[in-house]
Design a protein around this ligand. Structure first.
Ligand code: GLN
Length: 500
């Protein structure tokens, strides 16, 4: 792990364009005011207990780092500060990189680490919170109730189907928009779930997980400067995908305890430039499920204003307290909706990355164009196995739900007993709580304390808002872990967390 540093003492120092915007390397030279030591890079991006989001780069890490690298750069590193181009002569123009502070400009050396570069469309984003937290779970030996991946395996019959497909030689490129058998199975399941009959050839596109379906939908259907409305807290990839598409994001905040949609705010947010509303039901991270009134209100707005809906429904089979409703099934909505889903959550195979988008042919065209040039096609044998999975009898889903209801009860009752305010979660394998009874200043500080002092990982939710303040009281736990793991996590919290 590299941690980048800037010298404290005003001596020759440089700065590294780590993830960050508008930092002008040419200006980061002797004339720069005194700095302080920063840590960043792949170490967790906390500052004063807060995850930084926009525009900052070299940020102190509360978790420190294993090593410190001091970087000195000469002013001539960049031809033009405004263009942030690396001078092609840079080995000779470069000073040096060393592990000790430097008194005077050192001799050029070829042992350089070029500054990290990132295009503007991604410069505000950090290592995802899920990756950060899972790394910390390992580092601190903490129980990981952060990243939503099951710590148990998917069903044998699906794994066997994949192995069979590999043995049968189904190993070359799949058809770009999906192995025909999977397109049919997706259409079949959609019909069963929603009553809608779709053409597997023209309206189903298989992607590399739902995450790719989201990106392909944005890139294929959104023009730069189109407005897209999302609901905060939102899954982190939405903002990045929209940023890659050049969209203008408008965020509507859902607030506890029920995270219901403020319909008037939503109405006020729709303008003539609104191209789409992105929804996620059941909703990550809150577990909220959009009810029929809310979906009808969204539908009316979209129809009146000719707006599309992008609907992420990856937790549709983890609907515990209410029935899942696909917005595409409401009158007049199919023709303006892209419905996205995946195999991972339902079949506990998050690493397979098999997802899909269902949309009428005129919308499928755009998203397929993007998909063709992002991944072109996704894993052939896993698609064959996915087709088999989707044809499983309903008893599989009933059993899955029963298992998750038991897990949820262990976690929710445990969190209540520990002293959290637990907000109702109707679907997904997540639950959001208010951590403030424990007296930590915000969600990041709380999660840091929880990892280091208690040995449990949760996800701070402030990263899921355009305005992080909105999430500072909330953290998310997942219950997609075996029952003993959930009990152990609760025991640790009961033993070590004290209300203040
Ligand atoms: N969907 C998972 C979650 O919400 C995270 C997946 C990821 O790490 N990108 O926890």
């Amino acid at each position: 792990m590299i941690a980048w540093s800037r010298l404290d003492d005003g001596r020759q120092f440089g700065s590294v364009n780590l993830s960050p915007p508008r930092i002008n390397l040419a200006k980061c030279s002797k004339t720069q005011p005194k700095g302080r030591t920063w840590h960043g890079g792949s170490s967790p991006s906390f500052q004063n207990g807060r995850i930084e989001r926009i525009g900052e780069m070299l940020r102190p890490s509360i978790f420190g780092s294993t090593s410190t690298t001091v970087v000195t750069l000469s002013k001539s590193l960049y031809k033009s500060s405004s263009k942030r181009r690396i001078n092609t002569n840079y080995p000779s123009a470069m000073a040096t990189i060393s592990t000790v502070p430097i008194e005077k400009e050192a001799e050029p050396t070829l042992k350089i680490n070029p500054p990290v570069q990132v295009a503007k469309r991604l410069e505000k984003f950090k290592t995802t919170i899920f990756t950060q937290m899972s790394m910390l779970a390992i580092k601190h030996g903490a129980i990981n109730l952060g990243q939503g991946f099951p710590n148990f395996d998917g069903p044998e019959f699906v794994k066997e189907a994949a192995i069979r497909a590999i043995r049968e030689g189904k190993n070359q490129y799949a058809r770009g928009y999906g192995v025909p058998d999977l397109n049919s199975a997706v259409a079949g399941r959609f019909r069963k779930d929603t009553g809608l009959v779709v053409d597997p050839e023209k309206e189903v596109t298989v992607t590399s997980g739902c995450t790719e379906a989201i990106v392909a939908t944005m890139l294929g259907l959104i023009n730069p400067d189109d407005e897209v409305i999302i609901f905060a807290p939102f899954y982190d990839s939405y903002e990045a995908a929209l940023s890659m598409a050049g969209a203008k994001i408008k965020s509507i905040t859902l607030r506890p305890p029920d995270f219901s949609i403020p319909i008037n705010e939503l109405k006020a947010a729709v303008s003539k430039n609104t191209r789409a509303i992105l929804i996620n039901t059941p909703h990550n991270p809150t577990g909220k499920m959009f009810n029929v009134e809310e979906l009808n209100a969204i539908a009316s707005l979209c129809i009146e204003n000719d707006v599309l809906v992008f609907s992420d429904e990856v937790y549709d089979k983890l609907a515990f307290e209410a029935d899942h409703i696909s917005i595409a099934s409401l009158p007049g909505m199919y023709e303006r909706t892209v419905t996205m889903n995946s195999l991972g959550k339902t079949f506990s195979l998050t690493g397979w990355k098999i997802g899909w988008a269902i949309a009428p042919p005129h919308l499928t065209w755009g998203l397929r164009q993007a998909h063709s040039f992002i991944t072109f096609a996704t894993s052939t044998p896993l698609q064959w196995a996915a087709a088999e999975a989707l044809r499983t009898p309903d008893s599989y889903y009933e059993e899955l739900k029963r298992d998750y209801i038991a897990k949820k009860a262990i976690l929710v009752e445990g969190l209540k007993a520990v002293g959290f305010t637990v907000y109702p979660s109707s679907g997904t394998y997540f639950v959001v709580v208010d951590h403030t009874p424990f007296g930590l200043e915000n969600d990041v500080a709380f999660c840091e304390y929880l990892i280091k002092e208690v040995g449990v990982v949760a996800i701070p939710t402030s990263v899921f808002y355009l305005n992080p303040e909105d999430g500072k009281n909330l953290v998310r736990f997942t219950f997609c872990k075996d029952e003993q793991t959930l009990k152990d996590a609760v025991d640790r919290m009961k033993e070590k967390l004290r209300r203040r």
